[in-house]
Design a protein around this ligand. Sequence first.
Ligand code: FE
Ligand code: FE
Length: 195
Amino acid sequence: MAEAGTLQDAFIDELKDTYDGEKQITKALPKMAKTATTPKLRAAFETHLRETEGQIKRLERVFNLMDEKPKGKHCDGLAGIIEEGKNVMGEDFDETTMDACLIASAQRVEHYEMAAYGTLIAWAKAMGLEDAADLLQQNLDEEKATDEKLTALAEGGINQEAADAARPDEDEEEEEEEVVAARPTARGAAKRASR
Ligand code: FE
Ligand code: FE
């Protein structure tokens, strides 16, 4: 009978999964940057692409610390999240709404990564792998900072702009109703009566 796997085996598995996930993200981010309209959002995606490339290098160092060859194992979870993001990019949204949707997709990715790194760090520490834990912590810090930056962009204007973009028609209608209400015509009376 084969020997039962250890936490170290599970750690290497998670590491491979995360390594593959980061590689998937380096393919997705350029498309997201290209789709983004708000310059700060585009810049955030471009910055995170460079960070992600650095994260891959750190993961390779963790593999080396474990005497393992860096190797990926298909990360189905991130593949699903990225696939959903692609579907959203195919939708016909106005520019700022698309930016709000890109942020929503990107934050799902960051939270998934934060969960993965949180586990990897906790396991590394439990096994006394402090050097590995330090490298993984640097990746986690970047994911957290990216998540916060995306929240700041969404709440600092993009969401409101997207909400306002849907309103010009509504404003016109309201103005029209006000004009109608000011002139007590038959049409206005009928409209008021119908409210
Ligand atoms: Fe990452
Ligand atoms: Fe990330």
